[in-house]
Design a protein around this ligand. Structure first.
Ligand SMILES: [Zn+2]
Length: 126
């Protein structure tokens, strides 16, 4: 089971950001620290996403950089991201599928689309 250590952030810990939304932690706020990986989440993100999703986001942002909604969703339509994914898998070996899947999930996240929205759009377009 995925759990997080709940700590109270104080400025002596240095300038630290939420590894999901990228917001700077304010003095005296609650921060959730992963027990499994390198990552910290603010209360807002902890409420918005499941623990499993948060761990996956830490992994993807550590691997590919950025954070949730670093770009505005208006810059790209979710449909374009999904179509790009379908195009990729048409031409790639199946061994690349995990990597392609991770990249597409990351791309959706940095544009502010949730995994649920991504899956719904995929279902629409299949
Ligand atoms: Zn956050």
């Amino acid at each position: 089971m995925i759990t997080f250590n709940k700590i109270r952030y104080d400025k002596d810990q240095g300038k630290t950001y939420c590894n999901i939304c990228g917001e700077l932690f304010k003095e005296n706020t609650i921060v959730y620290v992963s027990q499994q990986s390198f990552g910290m989440a603010c209360e807002k993100c902890k409420d918005k996403f499941t623990n499993e999703q948060i761990e996956e986001f830490f992994y993807l942002f550590n691997k590919y950089g950025g954070h949730f909604e670093i770009y505005e969703s208006s810059q790209i339509r979710l449909e374009e991201i999904v179509k790009e994914f379908f195009n990729f898998i048409k031409h790639k070996e199946s061994s690349d599928l995990i990597e392609i899947n991770q990249k597409i999930r990351h791309k959706a996240l940095i544009h502010g689309f949730t995994p649920e929205q991504l899956v719904e759009k995929m279902k629409d377009l299949i």
